[in-house]
Every structure is written in C-alpha cells, then in structure tokens.
Ligand binder design. Sequence first.
Ligand SMILES: C[S@@+](CC[C@H](N)C(=O)[O-])C[C@H]1O[C@@H](n2cnc3c(N)ncnc32)[C@H](O)[C@@H]1O
Length: 312
Amino acid sequence: MNWKIKAAIQKVLSLTRIGDQLNHVAAKLNKDYHSNVFKYQTYESLRKFKDCNIDLQKGATALEIGTGYSILSAITLSLLGFKKVVTVDITNDLKFSTFKKQIPFLHTSSFLEEVTLKSIHSKNDILNKISSIENSTSLNALFNDLNIVYKAPYMFEDIEKECSSFNYITSQVVLEHMSPPALDSLFRHTKKWLTPNGFAVHTINFIDHFANPGFFQDKSISEFNFLKYSDKFWNFWAGNSIAYTNRLSYLYYLELAKKHELNVVEFIGENYRERTELNINLIHLDVIKKYDQVEDLTNLTTYQRGTLILKS
Ligand SMILES: C[S@@+](CC[C@H](N)C(=O)[O-])C[C@H]1O[C@@H](n2cnc3c(N)ncnc32)[C@H](O)[C@@H]1O
C-alpha cells in the first residue's frame, strides 16, 4: 500500500485527542499482544543493561525516556535492583488494566533466571516483589511499592525535581521521535545528570516507519525512502504527533555526543531486516544539512537500527 495512505490516516488521527490510542488499537487486536509486549520489553531492557557495568549495590538510580504503552521496562530495572526508577513520556499512555494482563508473564522462567543473574536481589526477594506487583490495585500503588516515578507529560525540570543524578539513562526506539532541539536538550541534561561511572544506553531505529511491517506497509519503498524528501514535504506528510521521525542517522547522535562531551563507549549498528538500497544520490539536501559534516553519504543509510552507549 502506498505509504501516503497510512500517512494521511495518521495525520487525520493526530488531530483527534485519542488519535495515538486509535493508531495503537490494531496492534492490540493480536491475541499474543501481551505476551509479545512482555518478551520485547523485558528482553530489550535486559539487553541494554547487560552492556553496562553499573554498581547497583550503592543505591543506583535509572531514568527511562519514552515509557510508551508498557511499564515493563521500568519494572525490569526495579527488579534488577535500581533503588529509584524515573520513567517519562510526552503522552500518558499507561493503563493499569493493560498492565494487569502482562503481570502473569513475570513468572516466565527464562526471564526470572536472567533477572536473578544480574540483580542484586535474591531469587526469593524477586519472587516476593512479583507477588507484591500481583497484589497491587492501581498504577500508583505499584509505583509507590517499587519506587518508580512516572511523569507524562514531562519537562526536563520535572525529572530534576525527582532526582539530580542518574547512574543509568536509557531509551528504546524513542530518540528517532525526538526533534533536534529536544535531542540537544536530552544530551545536555545527560552530561549534567550522569554519574561519573554511569551509562546512557539508547536503542534507536533509523528507518522510515512507513516501511515497517503491517497492514499498511509500503513494500515498494526503501527503508530509507524518507531521506529523499525536503523538510517541507516531509513535515506536510509526517510532521504530526503520531508519525514524526527525525530522519537522522547514527552520525547525528555521534555529533551530539561530541558536542556535549559525552564519551561514546560503543555504537552497535545493526541491519535487522532485508535491505532495499536507496540510491544515495536521491538524498535531499535538507537531510544532509542537518549534519556538521557528512564525508560519505552512504553513512546515512548504513544501519537500520543501533544502540549507542555513552559515558560522561
Ligand atoms: C515507538 S514508542 C516506544 C515506546 C517504548 N520505549 C517501547 O519500547 O515500547 C516511542 C515513544 O516515545 C515517546 N516520545 C516521543 N518524543 C518524546 C520525548 N521528547 N520525550 C520522551 N518520550 C518521547 C512517544 O510518546 C512514544 O511513547
């Protein structure tokens, strides 16, 4: 299906108050939705944490940017032993009724094994925490119990009021939805907030989301199709709260890290799906202009996804 059909629907939905939720309804119709959300959220949360060497014994704090529709990532961090977890989003999309359906999966043996291996808590303590999660009657009760702070919508100042330093700052497929000024602010605050031994770990999806699998997928386009367009054209089609992606490659995040004097421990680039190469000569000047310097245009389409690991 031509990507403009999905773009037009999202544009209209974004004008309604419940547009983003309606956009999410199709995904929730899948009978394995809750199991898939559990697997994805906990797997990704543990994977990113494994790349860091954080001492949880001394009362470590974590910040998650972009909670989304699931609190499982924050819960995983809490079970690992973070004494406080702050999780923020620009929209409040959490529902206790949805979370309740995901609680039983916390008993998945592979998850328990992996959390126990990395946690400062014993398996018994983790099971006690899960049992307390099972008994919680609201999201607020759950948050009080685990010392999770959820702010949505949020401002950077709200985060600072909760905690002035973090041992771990993380996000999962969120940074590509942030505008360049918002990213600049995030990296500036990261430099300020990250403890000397702390880590920031962000997984970023670099591809055109209209090439994502699903009913509306446009199978005829490259996964970097969006790089062909001017800012004006792209903003017309995708400059709304549902569809916005910044069209930035890993190079931009490396430039931001340099600007804010954050050390890049590693950038792990991935190509997780079949590639449909974009002719780099079609990349629009508006896209190239976002960078301080691009020596080789192929760098803008090298990776479909990546994980950026930063230290102060
Ligand atoms: C693709 S979802 C990912 C959500 C969640 N991390 C996950 O893995 O399911 C992107 C999320 O980023 C949030 N978001 C967009 N801009 C943001 C910003 N400036 N700060 C925090 N969250 C933001 C959106 O509201 C949305 O919940």
